[in-house]
Design a protein around this ligand. Structure first.
Ligand SMILES: Nc1nc2c(ncn2[C@@H]2O[C@H](COP(=O)(O)OP(=O)(O)OP(=O)(O)O)[C@@H](O)[C@H]2O)c(=O)[nH]1
Ligand SMILES: *[C@@H]1O[C@H](CO)[C@@H](O)[C@H](O)[C@H]1NC(C)=O
Ligand SMILES: [Mg+2]
Length: 399
């Protein structure tokens, strides 16, 4: 009985210690380096896709990297990828680590980031408790007084609409609603209100904006987002076997991001029909690179649309290529990894033609800027069959 009580008592001490750091119950030691660190977590509006989330990551990574220069001890926990709306083949899957898609060492070379499972593995205590969960909300009128100003104020009536990436062992002590607009670095003002907090989380991390968009720091962060090596290798193998290219900057094929699904339904004014696509591609290739016959198509379209596009392009002399994963590749890379392979192959093409205002397209354009392609080969878009066709905006790299 006494022994039992003693254990209970010890348990309490160590559970308590967890509020201030991490202790291993087996060895009864606390990890004091870990103990000193503080962690920021964030989550994104559930329906947002992978590629907008990559930009949200950059905002937080830059915020933390800037702060680190002032000897700030905060680290950023990478929020796992969980049940993304577009990832249809994994509706029931478990949370996916960032290492599946990215080169973590490279991310760490830019910002103090850590995977959630690394944090989990530091503790024997089965709960990760967040001291404060800030639920960010938009102001009802962003242009109050006719001007978009940086501001925040406490709000009311909010809920966390995420799922902690499917983990039922993440809890929080307090939830705080905050109306927020403007630069992300203003989040430090909120964090500073509770200096003893060690785990702080922001829901709706997409609301705060980049402090500075398109600067050298922005691009340094973007360059550090290197993909997982297996994904790069698979893409390169495909390029060499099917597209006749072993270089970084290929000359042997043209690539297209043909965004369908929700874009084809709700953005009719921006995307062409199948026939319109064929006509535009043919005109584009004849004008810019008439000797190329290989066309690589990245798309989220349905098989029936893709076979039609393929046969129409073939009938006028093109060789059409899609990256079709094997069952084991899909199982291993997941929908997210397959989409990245599509993006990598698009990035290395002689010319790229994208979909207007798709973040999937934006990320390919950035990759091509990093690879050093001439901007005329990159900032091209598919136009609607009729009506006006605005030029895509050009975001040039700053080295
Ligand atoms: N494999 C593959 N998947 C794609 C392709 N285009 C879109 N997808 C999937 O659909 C998702 C698109 O969502 P986002 O990443 O948000 O990009 P977006 O919807 O084009 O852009 P926004 O809605 O403006 O944010 C991707 O993450 C992929 O999962 C493609 O060409 N190939
Ligand atoms: C929470 O649960 C997950 C999955 O069951 C586990 O891997 C992780 O280590 C747990 N976290 C903690 C803090 O125990
Ligand atoms: Mg989207």
């Amino acid at each position: 009985m006494i022994i039992k009580l003693l254990f209970l008592f010890l348990g309490l001490i160590f559970t308590n210690a967890n509020n201030e750091g991490y202790c291993d119950l087996k060895t009864k030691t606390c990890d004091h380096d870990f103990f000193k660190e503080k962690f920021i977590l964030y989550d994104v509006n559930p329906p947002e896709g992978f590629n907008l989330r990559r930009d949200v990551y950059m905002r937080f990574a830059i915020m933390l990297s800037d702060a680190k220069k002032n000897k700030n001890e905060w680290k950023l926990i990478l929020p796992p990828w969980y049940r993304l709306y577009h990832w249809r083949s994994e509706s029931k899957s478990s949370p996916i680590h960032w290492s599946k898609f990215f080169d973590i060492e490279s991310l760490k070379s830019f910002a103090p980031v850590v995977e959630l499972h690394e944090v989990f593995s530091k503790t024997e205590i089965n709960i990760l408790n967040i001291d404060r969960l800030y639920v960010l909300q938009n102001f009802p009128d962003p242009f109050e007084d006719g001007e978009f100003k940086d501001k925040w104020e406490f709000g009311e009536d909010c809920d966390y609409d995420g799922e902690f990436w499917g983990y039922n062992n993440i809890t929080f002590t307090e939830i705080v609603c905050v109306k927020f607009q403007g630069r992300i670095s203003n989040l430090w003002e909120l964090i500073a209100l509770h200096p003893s907090d060690k785990f702080v989380m922001f829901a709706h991390g997409e609301i705060p904006l980049h402090d500075h968009y398109g600067t050298k720091t922005f691009w340094d962060c973007r360059k550090s987002m290197k993909f997982n090596k297996d994904l790069i290798e698979t893409a390169k193998k495909f390029m060499s076997e099917h597209l006749d290219c072993k270089e970084e900057k290929c000359t042997s094929y043209v690539s297209v991001h043909w965004r369908r699904q929700d874009f084809a339904r709700s953005r009719r004014k921006d995307v062409p029909s199948i026939q319109g696509t064929v006509k535009q591609l043919d005109t584009f290739i004849k004008k810019n690179t008439p000797n190329v016959v290989n066309v690589f198509i990245a798309s989220d379209g349905q098989n029936s649309e893709l076979t039609q596009l393929e046969s129409q392009l073939k009938s006028i002399g093109y060789r059409v290529h899609f990256f079709v994963p094997s069952m084991s590749e899909l199982d291993d890379f997941k929908d997210g990894g397959v989409a990245i392979i599509d993006q990598i192959i698009c990035s290395h093409a002689a010319y790229f033609i994208g979909t207007f205002e798709s973040t999937f397209t934006f990320r390919i354009q950035e990759e091509r800027e990093i690879l050093g392609f001439d901007s005329s080969t990159t900032f091209n878009r598919l136009c609607p069959d009729s009506g006006k066709c605005e030029k895509p905006s050009k975001w040039s790299i700053v080295n």
